[in-house]
Design a binder for this molecule. Structure first.
Ligand SMILES: [Zn+2]
Length: 455
């Protein structure tokens, strides 16, 4: 760690007072638990879950009714049975209940409002507290330390969510400058933004880069195309969208640094992250209980299901068996790194980034990513499913995308999709990122409910 980084961390720690002390000590405690035997991890989770359910039962009438109805005694928790006895919590329920889900009286300090970006519909509002914020920041520091980064080092963001990139006033600017964070907006990654980002990497030399994979991939392609030389950071963290293998490959080639895939959300903070073994994402069992559910039962390892999370630090507004809308596959067996935290083999996408065919087959983004990989003259693609029997493919690229070639692509896709849908392929001038800055390669309007409960 650099001298400035070390000094900065010391000063920050003093200034942050109790908050800072708890932040660093929680990160250290989390790190110390990563290699405990699995049974100890489960015992710890069980105690934490008991505390959460007891609190929810005492302070939120909605949860008291739901726990009582399911016959769950919050003081006697068994994993996974206790959770499996409870229904899933849907986003529609949260919208309908609103403030009724907030714990009253609030014994957890000041409430902090948060919301999802709403990339797939209206934003969802919820409340968190200081305990959540500290645990969430500590967890992030814990896994970034796996990558050789520590608090106070230079870190650059290529990020898009409006809420994160907006700087509110001089104080925030100063805070970020001191904290050694630099942000480049991934909303509109034009030539000027790309140059700004290249200059940032080469002149400011961040230890770590955090980015949306699609935006960083677009940047990486420019770097490779123009033969630019980029000062390599120590690590690259990709999150907020699915990271495809070819994106990882090209980003690593362009920036000459390892890419780590991280899964998280506004509702729960960081949830799972890759270690240096790059063999799936370790789940942060100290902050949440993560289930992968298929048709109302736990999915088998290797089987796609929906991620359902219980936030162990979500006291302000308990989220118990929350249907995330994200799809993943669980892994099994030990990781070469020696950590015993269980792993997701892969996060597959959101439920609306999966196509359900009329014959019941599920097709996820990897199918198209694989199909379009290495297609000459193709810059960008987006696949839409406006109705069950209809697939539209938008392609951005050069003049080699002739009407004949488009027809041939459509025919190939139709065959591969069991010829049960109509497929069109259209060349477009430009494919815009979604309002959140994310790319959205596959967007379905036909809801899939893998978890087996209708929202
Ligand atoms: Zn590992």
């Amino acid at each position: 760690m650099s001298l400035y980084g070390r000094a900065y961390r010391g000063v920050w720690r003093l200034r942050a007072g109790e908050w800072g002390t708890r932040f660093f000590s929680e990160a250290a405690v989390m790190a110390s638990r990563e290699r405990l035997p699995l049974a100890e991890q489960v015992a710890y989770q069980t105690r934490r879950l008991e505390a959460l359910l007891t609190y929810a039962h005492a302070h939120v009438p909605f949860w008291r009714a739901r726990l009582d109805q399911a016959g769950v005694d919050p003081h006697h928790v068994r994993l996974p049975d206790t959770l499996l006895a409870l229904p899933l919590l849907t986003k529609a329920e949260i919208r309908a209940q609103g403030q009724a889900l907030v714990a009253k009286p609030n014994g957890t300090g000041r409430l902090i409002a948060n919301a999802t970006s709403g990339s797939t519909g209206q934003p969802l509002h919820f409340w968190q507290d200081e305990r959540f914020a500290i645990a969430s920041h500590a967890s992030r520091l814990r896994y970034r330390r796996w990558y050789g980064y520590d608090f106070g080092e230079r870190i650059a963001f290529l990020w898009g969510a409006h809420r994160d990139t907006r700087i509110r006033g001089a104080r925030e600017w100063l805070r970020r400058a001191l904290r050694r964070e630099q942000w480049v907006n991934a909303f509109r990654l034009d030539a000027a933004q790309m140059q700004q980002f290249a200059a940032l990497l080469n002149n400011w030399r961040p230890v770590m880069v955090v980015a949306y994979p699609a935006a960083l991939h677009a940047f990486a392609r420019q770097v490779l195309q123009h033969g630019l030389r980029i000062h390599p950071p120590q690590a690259i963290e990709c999150s907020a969208e699915v990271l495809w293998p070819e994106q990882r490959q090209e980003i690593e080639a362009a920036l000459r640094a390892p890419v780590y895939d991280v899964y998280g959300s506004r509702e729960f903070g960081s949830v799972a992250a890759e270690c240096a073994s790059h063999a799936g994402l370790h789940i942060f069992t100290d902050n949440q209980v993560l289930e992968v559910i298929r048709d109302g039962r736990p999915a088998q390892p290797g089987e796609i299901g929906e991620i359902v999370i219980t936030g162990l630090t979500s006291f302000a507004m308990p989220l118990i068996r929350y249907q995330t809308g994200d799809l993943a596959v669980l892994d099994e067996g030990p990781c070469a790194c020696g950590r015993t935290l269980p792993r997701l083999a892969q996060v597959v996408g959101r439920t609306n980034s999966v196509i359900a065919l009329p014959n019941g087959r599920l097709v996820h983004g990897a199918f198209f990513s694989h199909l379009f990989r290495g297609q000459f003259g193709l810059a960008q693609y987006r696949v839409l499913q406006p109705a069950l029997g209809e697939i539209q493919i938008l392609l951005e690229g050069d003049d080699t995308l002739t009407p004949e070639r488009l027809a041939s692509i459509a025919a190939t896709v139709r065959t591969q999709l069991d010829s049960v849908v109509t497929v069109s392929a259209t060349r477009v001038a430009h494919i815009e990122p979604l309002p959140t800055g994310k790319m959205g390669y596959l967007i379905s309007q036909v809801p899939v409910d893998l978890a087996g409960q209708t929202a």
